[in-house]
Design a protein around this ligand. Sequence first.
Ligand code: SF4
Ligand code: SF4
Ligand code: SF4
Length: 204
Amino acid sequence: MAGLFVPFLPFADSIGQKIWISILFVGVFFCGWLCPFGTLQEWVGWLARKIHLPRFQLSLSWQQYAQLLRYFLYGLSTLNIVFYFLNSRFYFGHSVAVGMWDWVNGSVLILFIVLALFTDRPFCNYFCMHGASLGVWSVLRPLGIVRDSKTCVHCAQCDKSCPMNIPISSTELIGHPNCINCMKCITACPKNCIAFTLMRGKKL
Ligand code: SF4
Ligand code: SF4
Ligand code: SF4
């Protein structure tokens, strides 16, 4: 897996630099494999499925607009508009590492953990400015998730498995910025027509 090379990038000093540089080449492995709050939402979702709680998902037409919210919040924060308010609540590092001891930010976190009982990664999908800041750097990555449309039977199992609600079975986009390289679509595909490979010139 390409993410395994991340710790060994020779031209970056810190782990943070290695993660940022790796995003340019292989996308956002951090969100899929390393982020504690993303992992916590995954575990809560797993538990909810085990105890058969109802799950909700916005329709595709609403999803494409709703998912722009985290990029909008990120844009606002970079323009220094209500920077502190947004950063303290919707920037993963501040919220979890520092802000959770503040009762307002702690309440926001608890709210998203409860929401994760009913929908996949609610904070990651719609609100996380950190995830958005990583995603925008990943759009030109050469390696990523590719679907072989010739062998695809359009069963939509990949769409259902994607915690970031990416319409894998139908999208024409390459290098979706919301993809967190969790590889769930690869394991969900019954025809083995999804792979993590060179993306350029291919359709997702
Ligand atoms: S989107 Fe934010 S909260 Fe979710 S995994 Fe990425 S950094 Fe963590
Ligand atoms: S799971 Fe595989 S076969 Fe089914 S729609 Fe997705 S890519 Fe096509
Ligand atoms: S399921 Fe596939 S498309 Fe969706 S986030 Fe994971 S790797 Fe990316």
